[in-house]
Design a protein around this ligand. Sequence first.
Ligand SMILES: [Fe+2]
Length: 312
Amino acid sequence: MSLHRLLGFDVSVPDPDALATWYGALGLEGTPNDGYAGGDGGGRVGLDEGPFRRLVSIHVGADDDRDLEAIARRLADGGAAVERTDEGTVAVVDPATSVRMRVSAAEPERRGPAVPAPEEANRPGTTVRANRRAPGTEAVARAPRRLGHLVLGTPDLAATRSLLVDGLGFKVSDEIDGIISFLRCSTDHHNVALVSSPVPLLQHYSWECDDLDHVGATATSVLRRDPDGHVWGIGRHFAGSNFYWYLRDPSGAFLELYSDLDQITDDEAWERDGRTEFGLDRIANAWGPEIPLEFIEPADLADLQAGWAARA
Ligand SMILES: [Fe+2]
């Protein structure tokens, strides 16, 4: 595929120092300007100061300059105002969200050491681990591996979807028409998902962990410092299949720790064997707690609406 990785995104928030400190406690490394990344490096989250929390830009990587030319042509054919930088980056601002979408030629993502498949768990009638505790009982909090995806709330889902899919070349992995679209620019089931929202919004962003024990130990460590930071989990999504646990970061955005996301290495095989229709009964999860109202309508929505109104 021409697009092959999520390079990161930038946000502006009223108190970037508080967010930077929280990221440090989570084990992310970086600086506000260079962005924060997980233990494997990969995608970065850049921080800047602004009057209300806002997703400023999304950055994705394409294979080479020919891909950039093709993307710029498609965007221009669709009527978008395409920006080019001296470094060759193609950029376009999504009119619905004011988010700048940037595409650059980039090397393939270098991943850290592979995580071995888990030892089989004991099941009724099947004992594969006898006379010792499960390794997961020793799990400790540690940095997530890498940035996986973000979810963008948009007042015009169809327009933002068209820009990303028809213009930039994202692929659709799953969707419920008019409600949510899971889009990928790598083998991850989704790197950017779009949801309808009354104002542009970073709804959540997500960091990959090794496994469920890594998710659990790391989330637990955060919540011992900040007991009010729990939002939703633990559960398993239907779309993407991943385990999830959502926390609230100091800016008010939701940070997801996840593991075991669907990987799509063959587009045709996914369409044939993997992708199945689903409805509102599975939009939240396959199992887990009920989706909290806050997840649909964030507590700071009025502040965000005021911020966007003042900006207009
Ligand atoms: Fe997610």
